[in-house]
Ligand binder design. Structure first.
Ligand code: SF4
Length: 363
């Protein structure tokens, strides 16, 4: 693989069955040189090629632990970046569509976060603010947290990381997901009204009141996932009326009223586990991406599993990864080419690893 060279991705046009056959041929020819990582929200037509499925952090770690020199990520850009940050020397990460971004991650960029950080530091002299970023963020924001005494968190460990940060400092500056930050802070017992929201579009202190900032345990960033923000408390109420006995489980990227109205909330891995644990005959309504919900429905025929809202699109950017692009990638890799390489600047990667390591140290 040392002779592999960067190349353009050619997307083949052919009927699906032919693409599927070609993709499997290329996959088999690549053997152990390649590991394919598949995020839970990916479509069926590509997830069947995944060697492992999981959430973004679990996949990035598994990629780094694999012997393979090539890591093909079926997911979105920040996930492939995280895989590259954690990759062993000599591993190369590719993403079948470099335009597969994440709306939530794109709600925060390094320029507006730095500006906010300077304003917050100026407004709160003497206070130690700990910057925390959600896994769903650019590598450069993870690096920012690493450089400034902060860490990364996932939806599964956010509470542990928040508790660590409040033991380390006086307050948390959390980006980019307002809803996740509010859900965690409120679950920890903080009043919703004590949590200022920093809007990067507003020049003066992000629209936050100075006196609220001064006593805030957590400063939230005005960002959201455009899938999870669609689930509402009203829908939960309707589901309970239409399906007596239904168990409603939502992702913590949903707004606070939705989480409060639901029976449970948790990460994708949590949702999958609960669908396994709940007894046969259960009726379960799930507020997360449709691709995952429909796979869970098919995997549990003895339970009634359905999406909380079936009129929304699955995550649009996740769905940019499709069979033609995957086939093009696999065929290029088999021929010794390296299409769509995701490579994080080494200094950024080093600081991002510091932030990730702080999270990992918390167990
Ligand atoms: S579901 Fe939301 S958080 Fe996940 S990739 Fe799509 S936009 Fe980003």
């Amino acid at each position: 693989m040392s002779t592999a060279v960067a190349c353009e991705l050619t997307i083949p046009e052919a009927p699906s069955e032919e693409l599927r056959r070609r993709a499997w041929e290329a996959r088999e020819a690549l053997g152990d040189q390649l590991i394919v990582l598949g995020h839970h929200y990916q479509k069926d037509e590509v997830i069947e090629f995944a060697d492992v499925t999981g959430d973004s952090f679990k996949l990035a770690k598994l990629g780094a632990e694999a012997e393979a020199e090539l890591v093909l990520f079926l997911g979105v850009y920040f996930m492939a970046e995280s895989a590259d940050v954690l990759a062993r020397p000599g591993q190369t990460v590719v993403l079948p569509d470099l335009s597969a971004g994440c709306h939530l991650a794109e709600c925060a960029d390094i320029y507006t976060v730095r500006d906010a950080w300077e304003q917050i530091s100026g407004a709160l002299p003497g206070k130690r603010i700990i910057p925390l970023t959600y896994m769903n963020s650019d590598a450069v924001l993870k690096a920012f947290c690493g450089e400034n005494g902060g860490a990364v968190c996932t939806s599964g460990n956010a509470r542990t990381v928040f508790e660590w940060a409040l033991a380390e400092g006086d307050a948390i500056f959390f980006f980019p997901d307002e809803h996740l930050g509010r859900n965690i802070a409120c679950d920890m017992g903080f009043e919703d009204a004590s949590l200022p929201v920093w809007n990067p579009r507003l020049a003066e202190l992000g629209g936050a009141r100075r006196e609220l900032l001064a006593d805030a345990p957590v400063i939230l960033w005005k960002g959201f996932c455009n899938v999870h923000t669609n689930f509402t408390a009203e829908q939960v109420k309707r589901h309970r009326e239409d399906h007596p006995g239904v168990r409603v489980i939502v992702h913590p990227e949903c707004p606070r009223p939705t989480v409060l109205a639901a029976d449970e909330s948790g990460s994708t891995e949590y949702i999958i586990r609960r669908c396994n644990e709940l007894p046969a005959g259960s009726t379960i309504s799930i507020g997360t991406d449709l691709n995952l919900v429909y796979r869970l429905r098919d995997a549990h025929p003895a339970k009634t599993i359905f999406p909380m809202l079936d009129t929304i699109c699955p995550c649009v950017t996740m769905n940019r990864i499709d069979l033609p692009k995957l086939t093009g990638c696999l065929e290029a890799l088999e021929s010794g080419g390296l299409p769509n390489v995701v490579s994080v600047d080494e200094e950024v990667a080093e600081w991002a690893r510091v932030a990730l390591d702080r999270m990992l140290a918390l167990g």
